[in-house]
Design a protein. Sequence first.
Length: 447
Amino acid sequence: MFKRKSYLLTLATIMVAFGLAMPSSLCANVSQQQLKETARLKALEKFTRVVNIVQKYYVNKESLNTIINKSLKGLMTNLDPHSAFLINQSYKNLQTETSGEFGGLGISVGMKNHMLTVIAPIQGTPAYKAGIKPGDIILMINNKSTIGMNINNAVKLMRGKIGTPINITVYRKGVAKPIKIHIIRGLIKIQSVYTRQIGKHILYIKITSFDQHVVPSVKKALNKYGHTDKGIILDLRNNPGGLLNQAVGLVNMFVKHGIIVSQKGRLKSEDEIYKANPAKFMTNLPIVVLINGGTASAAEITSGALQDHKRAIIIGQKSFGKGSVQVVLPIAKNQAVKLTIARYYLPSGRTIQNIGITPDVEVKPGEIKTYKGGFDIKEVDLQDHLKAILLKNSKQYKLDHDHNKSIKKKDNNNKIKIITQQQLNKDAQLQVAVDIMKALIITKGTH
């Protein structure tokens, strides 16, 4: 670069000396290069000057390496909420996040409006059981304010030895005072996929996070139950995201052709288009997807792609809005840069970042009130009840009862778990999803 610049300057000098005119485009090119290089050197000089001042006058003696590391942390944090400079333990923590097992609270956090915000508690974890909700703003961790704290430092504070206590103070929308929540840290073993049956013909699939087990687990469920079911409810509520390839693979099971998601960055080399592979397509069953404010990243890509391809009806509340691409670039042993290099775009061309996915049918969470004051018994139920009483009085009762119990036990080992009407009554969003699915099944004529 310096040789080329020297050549250009020499050429310019010779031409001036001989009274020759330089082409205006060449002059402009030389001038722009000089300005850029001058600005770059001035910026580096400023940084070096500040580092030297800190090293010389700061009240605590700090090594040059420590000052540089702190500078880099500040730089990455100020780029965007998702970029970070990772050292030692923070680098190791990142490597464990998609392994499916780690220690801590079981909570996914992000920065929203410069505040440390809960994306979602992972189902079944200490944070979930303690009552942490999506959208909670974390004000304090063990009496330490989170104002100005980056995500990595917050995660570091929240993780600890299994069985140790931690106090989280949160602000929750609609609640007048901050809420202090006491949590006992635990070993976080994530079961990313749950399957249940609703009625006779609806397969319910709950995905808590997009780890490496999602695609094989859903594929197994579809192979086992897909041929008997007539519709699928995909529950992505409180799913903070995870691995992109799992989101792409999941969508591909339901979409045969076309773009699933694309990413576009500053460099053309970072642009990527992920398309459906017809060989990986599995089912054309109608789909209803549940989302909420805790649905983020890979979960938003999944719901948005299915929405754009008109393969699913989206129900619930607007999602979180995290649609940027980060890569981890190692720079030394136990050190790396986590950097945002691109943004995700859905098949229609829309972005998720800071916008999220808007549901087709908006439904707020809550319970469905049912009337329990009356008494009603059908004739067939009464007949069964009377037969049971008569059978109990017969000598054959014990033999038949033991035999039936044995058969039931064997059947239960082979049967998928059922979501009851009582459970549906406690989840208004899921009940609406079931009602819409029933209508879709009738409309498609698959009953």
